[in-house]
Design a protein around this ligand. Structure first.
Ligand code: PMP
Length: 422
């Protein structure tokens, strides 16, 4: 595999972009390789600047559920572009997208559009605090909710109370109200409520954790979160930036039948354009300015291009029978191939079109078991797949995203490559 031009661009970029990339994981740091610079993508394939072709299982980290450059989405974007790029004024499309979201995810009676998942989560938390008039929140170790100051915390081992920031540049004061619990561990949540119950505005959770690899909620865990937040008059926020429209039209909340108070979305609802959204019960969302006292704004929020791509994508998802089932079937074939190749040498977690292979013999059910994975073996496996035309996340702790554009041939080839791993 020739990567000369990618390497050259990486070296040049490093001079004027920190680390040569605009988001850290793109640098391929944890797999010890130079990153690929991408020239274009179409359907299930992505092409680098050296002319190499890969079957893409990153799909821009989730948004491209229809694959790359779906003609219907591109046409909707082109039509929108013809009318100007942004107005900073309300449009009918924003209404249509918000309505579509609330139709498919009924707990989102009202929705605010923003420009990224980070913004969506940051704003949802502000609303939860404004509504409950409380300051503390609970997040789970290993769950990622974007890079806003108060959420950039995972806490050191065993620390179940006040947490230290994960990044330099974040003052301790900004994170002192972020309490850390253990995903899939009810006791850790109960302890925090026992100690700080009356001060806790909300629990925020990825209903299926997909940023420590993929970790599924244990039976009853999400219901437990629903019950304990009700008991203490706190809010439950589902961060569905990954799971929204990925696990099905109703997101994880539809899949598991648990209704949160607030939901955050991103990725798929922009069909590949920068977008995020937060929403929930009308009574709570009416805290947001200009109706209420929680301030949140954005020059490009709800911009017509992203909104057009989002409406088209959600409409296609809604109108394509069996789309989710088909993606799941393809995913199952890959899971089967991995099991055949590795038997019980690895743990493979999957749900719908999300897959993660952990290089550990133990079951991965929480942050600690995820951390037990052998990341060196993952790096080797990643390199092997890449050399053989398969592009998956350059990090152990990310999901493999299937799209509806993956063909039987793609899956067949992927399975064959996996089975031949030395
Ligand atoms: N929440 C979750 C669950 C995410 O996975 C991500 C990004 N991967 C975010 C929030 C932040 O979204 P963005 O990168 O669009 O800011």
């Amino acid at each position: 595999m020739n990567s000369e031009r990618s390497r050259e661009l990486f070296e040049k970029s490093k001079a004027c972009i920190p680390g040569g990339v605009n988001s850290p994981v793109r640098a391929f740091g944890s797999v010890n390789r130079a990153p690929l610079f991408i020239e274009r993508a179409a359907g299930s394939k992505i092409y680098d600047v050296d002319g190499n072709e890969y079957i893409d299982y990153v799909n821009s980290w989730g948004p491209c559920i229809l694959g790359h450059g779906d003609k219907r989405v591109i046409d909707a974007v082109k039509r929108a572009c013809d009318n100007g790029l942004t107005y900073g004024a309300p449009t009918e499309k924003e209404y249509i997208l918000a309505k579509l979201i609330s139709e498919l995810i009924p707990s989102m009676e009202q929705t605010r559009l923003v420009s990224s998942g980070t913004e969506a989560v940051m704003s949802a938390i502000r609303v939860a605090r404004g509504y409950t008039k409380r300051d503390m929140i609970i997040k789970f170790r290993g769950c990622y909710h974007g890079h806003s100051d108060g959420l950039l915390v995972k806490a050191g081992s065993g620390a179940l109370t006040h947490s230290v920031p994960d990044s330099s540049g974040v003052p301790y004061d900004y994170t002192k109200n972020t309490l850390i619990a253990e995903y899939n561990n009810e006791e850790s949540v109960k302890e925090l409520f026992h100690q700080y119950g009356e001060k806790i505005a909300a629990i925020i959770v990825e209903p299926v954790a997909a940023n420590m690899g993929v970790v599924l909620p244990k039976d009853g865990f999400l219901q437990f979160l629903r019950d304990i937040t009700r008991k203490y008059d706190s809010l439950l926020i589902f961060d569905e930036v990954i799971t929204g429209f990925r696990l099905g039209l109703g997101g994880a909340q539809g899949y598991y039948g648990i209704t949160p108070d607030l939901t955050t979305l991103g990725k798929i609802i922009g069909g590949g354009m920068p977008v995020g959204a937060y929403g929930g019960k009308k009574e709570i969302m009416e805290m947001v300015a200009p109706v209420g006292s929680v301030y949140q704004a954005g020059t490009l929020s709800g911009n017509p291009i992203a909104t057009a791509a989002g409406i088209e994508t959600l409409t296609i998802l809604k109108n394509t029978p069996d789309l989710y089932r088909q993606m799941e079937k393809q995913a199952e074939k890959i899971v089967y191939a991995v099991k055949e190749r590795f038997e019980n040498q690895v743990c493979i977690n999957h749900i719908g079109s999300l897959i993660c292979i952990f290089f550990t013999k133990e079951k991965v059910v929480d942050f600690d078991s995820a951390m037990a994975s052998d990341t060196k073996r993952y790096a080797d496996y990643f390199g092997y797949l890449l050399e053989n035309g398969i592009y998956q996340a350059p990090s152990q702790y990310e999901a493999m995203f299937l799209s509806h554009a993956h063909t039987d041939e793609d899956i067949h080839k992927t399975c064959a490559v996996i089975k031949n791993y030395r």
